[in-house]
Design a binder for this molecule. Structure first.
Ligand code: NAG
Ligand code: NAG
Length: 364
């Protein structure tokens, strides 16, 4: 990952295509073959499911053509959910509020970490490896009051801003005992900070960004406002940041080494951590511990917040009990497990360990 930007990107693409090729290959798994074999049955069955989906999520399509187009995408997503189910048997995959979006639409609208691959050496200070010591078997910052309600980024690739505010909200809570909702919109409108190494990886509103860039911007800007004083609109607008409204000031940030035991130690001692991951399995995720057989580790496209971990996520299938991470997403409470995702821990799953950062607030 220390190579030039071009090389890094090429490597990401190779891995991504490889994972998708396996997904699309019907011989790969007999369950997928069955689904494709029954393709002709999907016609009416899919339309019935589509109608109840549209009703449940209040979807309206303005023209017949749009309706038919979305029905087609929905039918493809039913197949994709079945493929994901076969690839990820410890989680439950199916219809979500994103089931009428193609994978490309979904990726551009709901994810949004720019840069593709992590860089743990050039951004901020790399934290010292921390001794694992005596960590509890499971730990959850939500139970300590350090995590705000699940938010909704809408169709704006601003996940990086939500990941950033989540980390600061946690750090501020730990420093002051007060939980504040902080402003993603300030970052969407005002932050154009660029990566130290890849100069064209700059924070860009609804078109993506990086949490480490956002910390740098906030250190320079003098801090971050509360959600109330700078509310979220889900669209990029003029910067309206007012220094007199700053609620939290940042002192510093660190990136965390990739060892997942160390990450757990940091999480426990420092608070919720901003992380990037590959979100390919999240569009169809409904619940359970996601532990896909294959999930590209180097194609990081989504920013989220690590808030805890558990040691025994039960699965009926061959995997038995699995340790997992608890991850706060920004797609509203109706997505996943009340807005949260559980991902198996200890395998660098979906690149969860490659773009991890912690932030320190100023306490004066
Ligand atoms: C954060 O905002 C949400 C939505 O407006 C609200 O329900 C929640 O109480 C707020 N939390 C805090 C800690 O202010
Ligand atoms: C940032 O963190 C590094 C290492 O932890 C420390 O040496 C440095 O003094 C910190 N900077 C500020 C402004 O606190």
């Amino acid at each position: 990952m220390k190579g030039g930007g071009g090389l890094t990107y090429a490597a990401c693409f190779t891995l991504l295509t490889c994972a998708l090729t396996l997904l699309a290959n019907p011989e790969y798994d007999p369950k997928i073959l069955q689904v494709t074999d029954n393709h002709h049955l999907l016609g009416t069955a899919a339309e019935l499911r589509f109608k109840s989906f549209a009703q449940e999520y209040g979807k309206e399509y303005s023209t017949r053509a749009e309706y038919l187009h979305r029905l087609g995408v929905f039918a493809e997503n039913l197949i994709r959910a079945a493929e994901h189910q076969a690839m990820d048997p410890t989680a439950k995959h199916g219809v979500t509020q994103f089931s009428d979006l193609s994978a490309e639409e979904f990726e551009s609208m709901y994810t949004g970490v720019r840069g593709g691959a992590a860089d743990t050496s050039e951004n901020g200070v790399v934290a010292e490896e921390m001794e694992a010591g005596d960590l509890p078997e499971s730990f959850d910052w939500r139970e300590r009051g350090a995590v705000t309600d699940v938010k909704m980024q809408g169709s704006c690739g601003s996940c990086w801003a939500f990941s950033t505010t989540g980390a600061i909200e946690g750090a501020n809570f730990i420093a002051t005992g007060k939980l504040l909702n902080l402003s993603e919109q300030q970052l969407v409108d005002c932050d154009h900070a660029c990566d130290a190494k890849e100069k064209d990886a700059c924070d860009n509103g609804c078109s993506g960004g990086l949490m480490t860039n956002a910390y740098k911007y906030l250190i320079e800007a003098g801090g971050i406002e509360e959600e109330n004083s700078y509310p979220y609109t889900g669209k990029r607008g003029e910067c309206q940041f007012k220094p007199q409204n700053v609620a939290v000031k940042l002192a510093n940030f660190t990136t965390i080494p990739i060892n997942e035991d160390h990450i757990a130690t940091y999480l426990f001692h420092q608070g919720p951590l901003a992380v990037g991951l590959n979100a390919v399995f999240m569009q169809t995720y409904i619940g359970g511990v996601s532990c896909p057989l294959i999930c590209g580790k180097r194609w990081i496209n989504h920013g989220v917040l690590l808030v805890g971990y558990g040691s025994r996520g039960y699965s009926i299938l061959r995997f038995g009990y699995k340790p997992y991470w608890i991850i706060k997403n920004s797609w509203g409470k109706r997505w996943g497990e009340h807005g949260y995702y559980r991902l198996c821990r200890g395998h660098g799953m979906c690149g969860i360990n490659t773009m991890v950062s912690a932030v320190m607030t100023q306490t004066s």
